[in-house]
Design a protein around this ligand. Structure first.
Ligand code: ZN
Length: 339
């Protein structure tokens, strides 16, 4: 029986040492130390021994049990340690790796330029207003002194919804909406999208942006217009910028002018940017035509005003020295990130 006991003990310890997995250890425990385990059954056979032999054998069984339990415990902690090491290795974090960049895109040069223009005019006390892009023929042409069959309509051919509705070809219609609805005096700018049936090329697009300006009140003169736009040019292009007003014709202003600024690249000496002239054209303007005031219900004998229209893309192209307008609409983030 002693040999049998030794055999059971050796077998148990050998199995424990080769277990390799925590789950197997429990099976081994049950098969040797459990209620129907081998060590338990040899205990039961003690009744076959003489009463004198029993205490010594009982002690041996207890010792064998203790050895097996110790072996189980040692193997358990050793396997647990190995598992932990393996887990640490697989979950290793390299804190020296560069952080993942959170790509949020970039603001469009049009938006940056518009913010700048709005900042300048709001600083001069202007309010920013908006008008509809789908517009009545009346507001886009008729009320701006451009009756049917007027040649100016050809230059501003747009997209028609029907005979009376169109996609606005200019933001000037907002002038009329404002004069119809707002109390005098008026001092607004109206930025927004406009449409023309133009082919896409380096300087044209069927959809682009304008910023309209309108001031109506008592005793508004051409001097106010000049002072306002000269200040705008200085704020936008630099303190040294000079302005030049060239006589022009627009149906809705009288007199009308186109405004040039001294080239901010060469300071007026002449360069590639200004095509050697030293001047760059930036906008059109004039005193609001009496007919336009009258059609919007304002008495031109009592009130006067001025208006101007700036191409937003023109400002952005100039300010950020972009040489192809098409780049503005491709939304390639590599292009946008330059500004
Ligand atoms: Zn120049």
């Amino acid at each position: 029986m002693q040999n049998k006991l030794k055999q059971i003990r050796d077998e148990a310890i050998a199995k424990i040492n080769s277990a390799g997995e925590l789950d197997k250890l429990n099976d081994i425990r049950v098969s040797f130390l459990g209620k129907k385990g081998e060590l338990t059954s040899i205990m039961k056979s003690m009744k076959d021994l003489s009463p004198e032999e029993r205490p010594a054998f009982g002690q041996m069984v207890n010792q064998a049990r203790a050895e097996i339990e110790n072996a189980l415990e040692d193997m358990k902690s050793s396997l647990a340690k190995k598992a932990r090491e393996l887990q640490l290795k697989s979950e290793v974090i390299d804190v020296t790796l560069p952080a993942r960049k959170n790509n949020v895109g970039h603001r469009h040069p049009n938006s940056i330029a518009l913010d700048e223009v709005e900042r300048i005019f709001v600083g001069m006390g202007y309010e920013v207003v908006e008008g509809p892009e789908v517009e009545k023929d009346y507001y886009n042409f008729e009320a701006l002194n451009i009756p049917e069959n007027h040649p100016a309509r050809d230059e501003q051919d747009t997209f028609y919804i029907n005979a009376n509705m169109l996609l606005r070809s200019q933001t000037s219609g907002v002038q009329v909406h404002t004069m119809e609805t707002q109390p005098l005096p008026i001092k607004v700018i109206a930025p927004g999208r406009v449409y023309r049936s133009d082919e896409v090329d380096a300087t044209h697009s069927p959809c682009f942006h304008q910023i309209e300006g309108l001031v109506v009140g008592k005793d508004i003169t051409f001097a106010d217009l000049k002072g306002t736009l000269a200040e705008f040019a200085r704020e936008l292009f630099g303190e040294e910028t000079k302005v030049k007003f060239r006589p022009h014709h627009f149906p809705f202003t009288e007199p009308s002018a186109e405004v040039d600024v001294t080239c901010f690249k060469c300071g007026g000496k002449g360069c590639r940017m200004c095509k050697g002239s030293g001047w760059i054209e930036i906008l059109g303007c004039g005193m609001v035509h009496p007919n336009v005031l009258r059609m919007s219900g304002i008495d031109p004998d009592e009130y006067s005003g001025f208006a101007f229209g700036v191409g937003l893309e023109r400002i952005a192209l100039l300010k950020y020295e972009i040489d192809d307008m098409r780049l503005m609409y491709e939304n390639d983030v590599r292009f946008l990130k330059q500004f």
